[in-house]
Design a protein around this ligand. Structure first.
Ligand SMILES: [Zn+2]
Length: 128
């Protein structure tokens, strides 16, 4: 399975691609081994929190990292990261909201088109 997960690396401080080598996960920039965080869960939380706060990425990336490092099921990882964010007053952007925001200009565009068509047909029926 190919991963395209970007994370803020605790070692090089860059936003790096997470790459897999022989069951371990590394930062593509500096080869920082993320799997070692499984032995230091406090540090893992720090990395997760940093990514939630300022990674500027999808909360899914943070969940994916947690899932890969600790090897727990996706649903548990999601619950954990959500709880971690809540405990630290980090607001997660809900996926549905993002989709809705993205399609709003499209909806407005179609409403305007429809209004123009209705208006034009009224004008035609009056003056045509
Ligand atoms: Zn790095």
């Amino acid at each position: 399975m190919k991963s395209t997960i970007y994370l803020k690396c605790p070692q090089c401080r860059e936003n790096g691609l997470l790459i897999e080598r022989q069951g371990k996960y590394f930062c593509a920039n500096c080869m920082y081994d993320y799997t070692q965080l499984n032995d230091d869960l406090e540090k893992l939380d720090e990395v997760l929190l940093e990514n939630l706060r300022e990674g500027g990425f999808d909360f899914g990336f943070t969940t994916a990292l947690y899932e890969r490092v600790t090897l727990i099921p996706p649903q548990e990882a999601t619950e954990y990261v959500k709880k971690l964010a809540e405990d630290n007053n980090i607001e997660l952007i809900p996926d549905k909201g993002a989709i809705l925001k993205g399609s709003l200009p499209v909806i407005i565009f179609f409403v305007v088109i429809i209004v123009v068509i209705i208006f034009a047909s009224i004008l035609v029926s009056i003056y045509g």
